[in-house]
Design a protein around this ligand. Sequence first.
Ligand code: RP5
Length: 174
Amino acid sequence: MSQAESKEGLLAEVVPAVLPVEDFERGPLVGILIGSESDRDRLQPAIDELNERGISNELNVLSAHRNPQEVAEYSSRAAVRGVRVIIAAAGMSAALPGAVAANTDLPVIGVPLTSSKTVAGGLDAILSIVQMPPGVPVACVSLDGARNAAILAAKILAQGGGYPDAPPRPQVVT
Ligand code: RP5
C-alpha cells in the first residue's frame, strides 16, 4: 500500500503535519454533524439539552456521501479546535458516524435517524452505526435519540473535569 493510500497518508493530505494554530477557529466542546438539512429538526433536542447544561456546541450539515472531503476535514481538525465529543446523526445507510470516527480519535456518538426514506422502521440506520468493524468504534444511542446523545456527551465531558459544571468525582477510599 502506498503512503497516499494509507490512512496516515490520507490524514496527512487533509491536515498538514505542522498545523499553524491561527489557521483554526476555536470550536465548541461538542460538534454535531447531520447528514442532511432534513435531519435538523430531529437534532434540536440535543442542542436544547447541551444548551441547558451550558455546554458549547455547533451544528453542521455534512454528508458522508455528498461531502466526503469536508467530513474528513471537519473530523480531522475537530480535536485541535478544542472539540471533545462529536455527535453524528444520519438516516438510511447512516455512514456519517463511521466516516467521522475514521478521521478522528475523539469519541463519536452516532444517532440513527428515521427519515422519509427509512426502511425497516429505522433498522437500516441502526445497523449501519452499530455494525462498525473492529478498531473504529462508534457509540450508538436509540433511534432518533438526540437527547440521549447529548446526555452521553455530557457524561463523557464530565470525566476528568472537562467542563465547568462537571460533578465532583467520588473519593477513592483506600
Ligand atoms: C441521509 O439520508 C440523511 O442523514 C437523511 O437522514 C437521509 C435522507 O436525506 P435527504 O434525501 O433528505 O437529503 O444521508
